[in-house]
Design a protein around this ligand. Structure first.
Ligand code: ATP
Length: 449
C-alpha cells in the first residue's frame, strides 16, 4: 500500500530522525524545519543525484556556489523589489493574515468573517543590514532564488571556462521567502533549498530548448522513483507568469495534500542578463527591463561570424529540494498490510544508510570488532554511509532500518568469527543469504552500481 497521509510522513520523520520542527524547544517557528541524521543524508543524496545528472553526466554545464546575501542592486534591477510579492489580506475580526487565493468564498478561513481588507502586495524578500552601522542605507537581501547570482556571474564563468552557447550554470543552495502562510509540512516553508540550472541559448532556439528541458526534468524525477501517474505537466496561464517569464511549465506532483508544483521550467528570455548588463542601449533587448546605468559588466556574447554582440536567452529548470524530499518520501512510504511492516522503499542511491552491520549480540567484543571491520571495509568503497548497529535485538534493528529505507542489513554472528561469512538481508524481498567476505564485497558493489 502506498501512503498518502501527511500525518504518517510527519510522524515517521520525527520518529526516525529525518525532520524536526526548528526552534522546537522554544515552541517552534512556523515555516522553518531542521534536518536530522537521516534527513541530512537523504537531502544530500538527492542533491548529489541532481548535481551528477547536471554536471558530471553532461559536457555543457558548469557549477557555481554563490553568496546567499545579495546586494540590493541585484534584486532591484532583477525586478524583485517591485514585483516579488503576494497579495496580502487582513481579517479585521480575528486579525489573521492570508494570501488572497487562500480565502474561502471571500471570507476568512479562520473565523469565516467577511470583514477583510483589500488585497495589497506583500514583498516576500527578507532584508538584513550589512556592516556595523544599521542606518538603513546599506541593506542586503537573503536571496529569494539562487538564480540571480548565476546571472551576475555569467561573465566570470564564461571567461574562466571559454564556453560557447548553448551552455548552462547550475547551482544548489538556500533561498528565503517570507511566505504569508507557510503550510503543508515542508512543502511551503520560509527557508528552503533550490536546485537551479540557467541554460543559456541563442535567441530563437529558446522554445526548442524549453521543450527539451521539460522532457528531461520530467524523466529525471521518474528515475528518482516517482510514479509517473502522480506527475503532470502544467502550462502556467499567461496572466500568472512571473515578471521575467515568456512561458513556464510546472511539473506538478500529487502530494499528500493535493496536486501542486514540484519544479518549474521557465523561459526567462534575455530578461535577467539584459537587466544586469552594462550599456543596455547597445542591445536589441526583447524584454521590458529597468534602466540600469550602474552595471560595470557587459553580459553578452559576440557572434563569431558577424562580430555583433547579443544577449543570450535562458531556460531555467528550478526544483525545490524540500518538495522533492516530500514527494520521494510519499512515494517510498509503504505499509505491508499483513504484518503492518513500514518500509521506506527508496531507490538505493537515495537511501540515507546504504547498509547496517549488526552484531548478533550487543556489547560482545568479538562480534562487535568483527562488525566494525566489515563496516569500515564497506565504508571505504565510498558508496554512502554504512552504519554499525550495536543496539541489540536483531528484529528491532531490521524494523528500524526498514523504516529509514536501508536496503541491506548484514548480520555478524558466531559463525562469522569462525569463517568470516555473514548473513545479508534485502529490505524489499526480506530474503537472507550467507556470503563470504569476497562475495559480500561483490554483492554490495553490484547492488549500488
Ligand atoms: P509556488 O507557486 O508554489 O509558490 P513558485 O512558482 O513561486 O512556487 P518558483 O519561484 O518557480 O516557485 O521556485 C522554484 C521552486 O522552488 C518551486 O518549484 C519549488 O519547488 C521551490 N519553492 C518555491 N517556494 C518554496 C517554498 N516557499 N517552500 C519550499 N519550496 C519552494
Amino acid at each position: 500500500m502506498v501512503s498518502s497521509s501527511m500525518e504518517e510522513l510527519v510522524s515517521l520523520c520525527k520518529r526516525r530522525g529525518f525532520i524536526f520542527q526548528s526552534n522546537d524547544i522554544y515552541g517552534g517557528v512556523k515555516g522553518l524545519y531542521d534536518y536530522g541524521p537521516m534527513g541530512v543524508e537523504l537531502k544530500n543524496n538527492l542533491k548529489s543525484s541532481w548535481w551528477k545528472s547536471m554536471i558530471y553526466e553532461r559536457d555543457d554545464i558548469e557549477g557555481l556556489d554563490a553568496s546567499i546575501l545579495t546586494g540590493r542592486e541585484v534584486l532591484k534591477y532583477s525586478g524583485h523589489e517591485d514585483t516579488f510579492s503576494d497579495p496580502l489580506v487582513d481579517c479585521k475580526s480575528c486579525k489573521s493574515r492570508w494570501k488572497s487565493d487562500q480565502l474561502i468564498d471571500k471570507s476568512c478561513p479562520n473565523c469565516k468573517s467577511k470583514d477583510l481588507t483589500d488585497p495589497r502586495p506583500f514583498n516576500l524578500m527578507f532584508k538584513t543590514s550589512i556592516g556595523p552601522v544599521d542606518d538603513g542605507s546599506s541593506f542586503a537581501y537573503l536571496r529569494p532564488e539562487t538564480a540571480q547570482q548565476i546571472f551576475t556571474n555569467f561573465k566570470n564563468v564564461l571567461d574562466s571556462t571559454s564556453r560557447v552557447l548553448p551552455f548552462g550554470i547550475a547551482q544548489i543552495g538556500k533561498a528565503f521567502r517570507n511566505e504569508i502562510t507557510p503550510r503543508n509540512f515542508i512543502f511551503r516553508v520560509r527557508e528552503f533549498e533550490q536546485m537551479e540550472l540557467e541554460f543559456f541559448v541563442e535567441p530563437g532556439s529558446d522554445e526548442k530548448w524549453h521543450k527539451y528541458w521539460i522532457e528531461s526534468r520530467y524523466h529525471w524525477w521518474i528515475e528518482q522513483g516517482i510514479n509517473k501517474n502522480r506527475l503532470e505537466l502544467n502550462e502556467v496561464n499567461k496572466n500568472d507568469l512571473s515578471h521575467y517569464s515568456k512561458a513556464t511549465v510546472d511539473i506538478m506532483y500529487n502530494f499528500p495534500h493535493g496536486k501542486e508544483e514540484l519544479e518549474g521550467i521557465a523561459n526567462r528570455t534575455d530578461f535577467d542578463l539584459a537587466s544586469h548588463t552594462k550599456n543596455q542601449k547597445d542591445f536589441n533587448i526583447s524584454s521590458k527591463v529597468l534602466k540600469n546605468l550602474k552595471s560595470t559588466t557587459k553580459l553578452a556574447i559576440q557572434n563569431l561570424e558577424d562580430k555583433k554582440w547579443f544577449i543570450p536567452y535562458v531556460i531555467e529548470p528550478s526544483a525545490g529540494v524540500e518538495r522533492g524530499f516530500l514527494a520521494l518520501l510519499n512515494e517510498a512510504y509503504t505499509v505491508d498490510d499483513k504484518n503492518s511492516r513500514i518500509v521506506l522503499a527508496l531507490k538505493p542511491h537515495l537511501s540515507p544508510i546504504k547498509a547496517a552491520v549488526i552484531p548478533l549480540k550487543r556489547n560482545n567484543d568479538k562480534l562487535v570488532n568483527q562488525a566494525k571491520n566489515i563496516k569500515n571495509n564497506l565504508q571505504k568503497l565510498g558508496l554512502g554511509r554504512v552504519m554499525l548497529e550495536n543496539s541489540g535485538n536483531i528484529g528491532k534493528n531490521y524494523r528500524r532500518h526498514d523504516e529509514i529505507g536501508t536496503p541491506l542489513c548484514i548480520t555478524v554472528d558466531f559463525e562469522t568469527l569462525e569463517d568470516k561469512s555473514v548473513t545479508i538481508r534485502d529490505r524489499d524481498t526480506m530474503k537472507q543469504q550467507r556470503l563470504s567476505p569476497e562475495q559480500l564485497k561483490n554483492y554490495y558493489q553490484k547492488y549500488f552500481d
